[in-house]
Design a binder for this molecule. Structure first.
Ligand code: AMP
Ligand code: ZN
Length: 493
């Protein structure tokens, strides 16, 4: 039987501002859309934290036996700079003197490389904005036909006040029209809009703007919010189960997505809106534009003055998972060092599981412990509580290794599979002592033991030159032989 049948998950829905029992539209199948990166920059650790939270959620659904279609897009056009004057990718292309698509390629490769190093599962579909211009134009036509947008000087804007007559623009972020107005800056091109809170569905391209497509309203490019509406609808339907992103996307991006979708088909586009909290550095949101950021690659190399030393991808992932995805997490080298200690303890315990010999009688309630792990994850993916339970597992393992308690064969199997499932499959932690490495270490020990035996034979035959050669050459490889009363042992430096 699939595990999801016996595990009911509660998800915090940003729309209702409460935890709700998660019920997918189709039994056993989940559609999840997560806003992907705008590929004009290297991803920083804050971005990685958000995508990692959704990777963990995706992994847990898969672990429970759900069939998941996970769509995470790549924004390669339409995301305007903060002053709304230009496309972020086009701006970067000018600065780096590259084609916009070279910028897109460069930073998409960086994004994939980083996610791979941090052991992410790839999404089921990774669509791009530029690959869906036709769909975006069609959606704009529908919104115009429904009277909720207007054309102005070659651009098309969403009519927020008109929409607000029947719907609530601000339903997700909890804003009313006054809040929206006070938060809307007076920007260039504003005069084209009927009202300052209106947002662009299509922008007219100035002659020097390189990213441009023909449309019924002239040459231009789509507004940022629209791509997610059309791609989520195309691949997951008019109403989908989960839509996610960082908290900073709630307004205006996700608010606009809801308005666009309703303006197209009058349906609520998403059942569960999930938002991850921010990674901070020095108490401030990590952000590339303010320079308050650290790159994931710098953590692996240690090449950033914030860091006392380098840290592995597994430790970094563990550090992120020690906080709940809806809590703020502050980054520091000391915090990573503390995580490293915990991470090593966890990995060592998993390795020593092999040393435990089961007996008939168990002195542990392993089934209860396993259930506590699931209960933590079922409560809105509470990874810090899960990790606390995994450390209870570490305590059991250490007591078992020391022979202070006993475990039956069946319970040892449950202990081992539960530790492995949650640590590797769900949290996605990789170990530098992973099973592949362990196999490598086993082979190395076998070869060194064989050489020790051959050296022993050489010594018995008084072939001193050969015996010394074996010892010295192993030493140059960092393997030191030690002769003692019990025979010869070795250590790897
Ligand atoms: P962007 O490429 O700017 O659209 O960001 C990609 C994702 O990273 C979005 O879901 C953002 O909400 C998220 N994000 C940006 N900064 C942070 C941060 N400091 N901590 C966590 N997530 C972030
Ligand atoms: Zn989006």
């Amino acid at each position: 039987m699939k595990l999801y049948k016996t595990n009911s998950i509660k998800v915090y829905n940003s729309l209702s501002r409460s935890k709700e029992i998660f019920k997918p539209i189709n039994d056993g199948i989940i559609g999840m859309y997560v806003c992907g990166p705008t590929v004009y920059n290297n991803v920083h650790l804050g971005n990685v934290r958000t995508f990692m939270s959704f990777d963990m959620i995706y992994r847990y659904f898969l672990h429970l036996g759900y069939k998941v279609r996970y769509v995470r897009n790549i924004t390669d056009a339409g995301h305007l700079t903060d002053d709304d004057s230009e496309d972020k990718i086009a701006t970067k292309a000018r600065i780096e003197q590259l084609e916009p698509m070279e910028i897109v390629q460069k930073y998409t490769v960086d994004f994939h490389t980083i996610l791979d190093r941090f052991n992410f599962l790839p999404p089921s579909i990774e669509p791009t904005a530029t690959g869906h211009i036709v769909e975006q134009i069609e959606a704009i036509k529908t919104i115009l036909d429904n009277g909720l947008a207007y054309e102005s000087n070659g651009s098309v804007y969403f009519d927020v006040l008109k929409y607000n007559e029947d719907e609530h623009y601000g339903i997700l972020s909890g804003r009313n029209m006054e809040d929206v107005l006070t938060n809307t800056r007076q920007l260039d091109g504003q005069s084209e809009k009927k009202n300052p809170q209106d947002f662009a569905l299509w922008k007219k391209a100035s002659p020097e703007h390189i990213m441009r497509w023909p449309s019924p309203w002239g040459i231009g490019f789509p507004g940022w919010h629209l791509e997610c509406t059309v791609m989520s609808t195309k691949y997951l339907g008019e109403t989908l189960d989960i839509h996610g992103g960082g908290l900073d996307l709630k307004f205006p991006h996700h608010e606009c997505e809801i308005a666009q979708a309703k303006a197209c088909n009058h349906k609520n586009p998403v059942n569960y809106w999930m938002h991850t909290n921010m990674l901070t550095l020095n108490g401030q949101k990590m952000s590339k534009s303010t320079g308050n950021s650290i790159l994931p690659g710098e953590i692996l190399s240690g090449e950033n003055s914030i860091l006392n030393k380098p840290f592995s991808a597994g430790v970094t992932r563990f550090f992120c998972m020690q906080a709940h995805y809806r809590s703020i997490l502050d980054f520091s080298s000391d915090a990573l060092e503390a995580s490293e200690k915990g991470f090593n303890k966890l990995m060592e315990a998993i390795l020593s599981l092999k040393k435990i010999t089961p007996v008939k009688e168990s002195k542990l309630d392993i089934a209860l412990w396993r259930q506590k792990c699931y209960t933590a994850m079922n409560d809105d993916f509470n990874t810090p509580i899960l990790i606390a339970h995994l450390f209870e597992g570490v305590k059991f393992i250490n007591l078992l290794v020391e022979g202070k308690i006993t475990i039956s064969e069946g319970d040892l199997e449950i202990l081992t599979s539960t530790m492995n499932s949650f640590v590797f499959d769900v949290l996605g932690l990789q170990s530098h002592m992973s099973s592949d490495d362990t196999a490598g270490e086993d082979k190395l020990s076998g070869v060194v033991e064989m050489l020790i035996d051959m050296r022993k034979i050489a010594r018995e035959n008084k072939e001193w030159a050969l015996s010394d050669k074996i010892r010295d050459e192993l030493l140059t490889l960092g393997i030191q032989l030690k002769d003692g009363k019990e025979g010869t042992t070795f250590s790897v430096n």
